[in-house]
Ligand binder design. Structure first.
Ligand code: FO1
Length: 337
């Protein structure tokens, strides 16, 4: 195996990618070439315009994580960050103040917005930013592709007693950052998704791959949105590459984030088996060939296998690089057979 494509959201996907690349570098992945190339197709529906700037959380989290610029504690934004501009904006009473844009991080959004304004598509902007963050370490062996160059945004309907309909719609970032996903997500709407076209290289990255991985990202607003880009599902059905996923749900709950709330809002049971069957087997119109669940969910293996998927229970906590590389190795082995 030489060409691996990963459909990734933010933190969970980025952590998995670090372990995958560690596994490649240290030859820990059976059957994967030492010079294997990784293409990341990243979710862009978390993106938002704020203070006149285009912020791309999942692209930036993958880019900063792989480029070692990420703040390891937060899992997003820059290490060694300062917040003077955020404080100054608050001093002017400028809203929103609930979304933290650090001074170092702002430079990324200024460069991105300037290039977008000059007419460059998001894919070329991302390539330019990655020349700083990825090329020095990985050369051309790692590519970061936006799932689409067009604007798409995940909006969430939440209960609102003050409105006639009893609900109001907020941007995903407001749902997650300001509301802390502490209220039910009554509906998830990804504005613009149905009319989006796959970004440059996205379909080929899937059809030409030797392996496609769905990492433990959010199955609704990260992997789910990538799967919702027209032609992506068809590419997954058509590819000769095996497609393997790793459960983001362990022991009936998410490890981080808000997958529980969002799975509930789309009527999918919050379990490792249910998420795997939600993605479904390619033999039955789904997108997967194999599905890894954590050891605590070993009882789910039989149900997932009965649903037409190769399935195995292995440790799925990304506690360090070697643990994550072992997960990647298990994923490769599960579908290499
Ligand atoms: N997450 C927070 O919990 N609070 C924030 O203030 C915040 C700011 C922020 C700024 C830039 C960025 O790239 C990410 C940021 N995030 C913040 C994380 C973000 O909400 C998540 O990375 C994803 O959108 C969800 O996966």
């Amino acid at each position: 195996m030489r060409d691996i494509t990963v459909l990734s959201g933010g933190m969970g996907g980025a952590r998995f990618l670090r372990g995958l690349l560690h596994g490649i570098e240290h030859r820990l992945l059976p059957g994967v070439a030492a010079d294997a190339r990784v293409t990341v197709v990243a979710n862009t529906a978390d993106d938002l315009w704020i203070h006149g700037l285009k912020v791309c959380p999942d692209l930036d989290t993958v880019m900063y994580t792989l480029g070692d610029g990420i703040d390891p504690g937060r899992g997003w934004g820059r290490r060694d960050e300062t917040w003077s501009t955020k404080d100054e904006l608050a001093a002017y009473g400028v809203e929103p103040t609930w979304f933290g844009l650090g001074d170092r991080d702002l430079a990324t959004h200024l460069v991105r917005t300037q290039m977008l304004d000059a007419g460059y598509p998001l894919s070329q902007v991302t390539e330019a930013l990655c020349r700083r963050w990825l090329t020095p370490t990985f050369g051309d062996r790692v590519r970061l592709l936006p799932m689409t160059d067009e604007r798409v945004e995940t909006h969430i309907a939440v209960p609102d007693a003050d409105s006639p309909s009893g609900r109001r719609v907020v941007h995903f970032q407001e749902y997650w950052v300001r509301l802390r996903a502490a209220v039910p997500a009554e509906a998830v709407v990804v504005v613009g998704l149905d009319d989006a076209t796959p970004g440059p290289g996205v379909v080929d990255a899937i059809t030409d791959a030797d392996l496609v991985v769905l990492p433990p990202s959010n199955p609704v607003v990260s992997v789910g949105t990538i799967l919702g880009v027209p032609r992506v599902r068809e590419a997954l059905t058509a590819t000769a590459a095996p497609v393997v996923g790793l459960s983001p749900i362990v022991g009936g709950s998410h490890v981080r984030g808000m997958a529980e709330q969002l799975l509930t809002s789309i009527g999918v049971e919050v379990s490792a088996a249910a998420v795997g069957l939600h993605y479904g087997p390619r033999s039955g119109g789904g997108v997967l060939d194999g599905w890894l669940v954590d050891e605590v969910d070993a009882a789910a293996v039989e149900r997932v296998a009965a649903g037409g998927l190769a399935c195995r229970a292995v440790p799925l906590m990304m506690t360090d690089l070697d643990a994550t590389a072992a997960m990647a190795a298990a994923a490769v082995e599960l579908v290499a057979r």
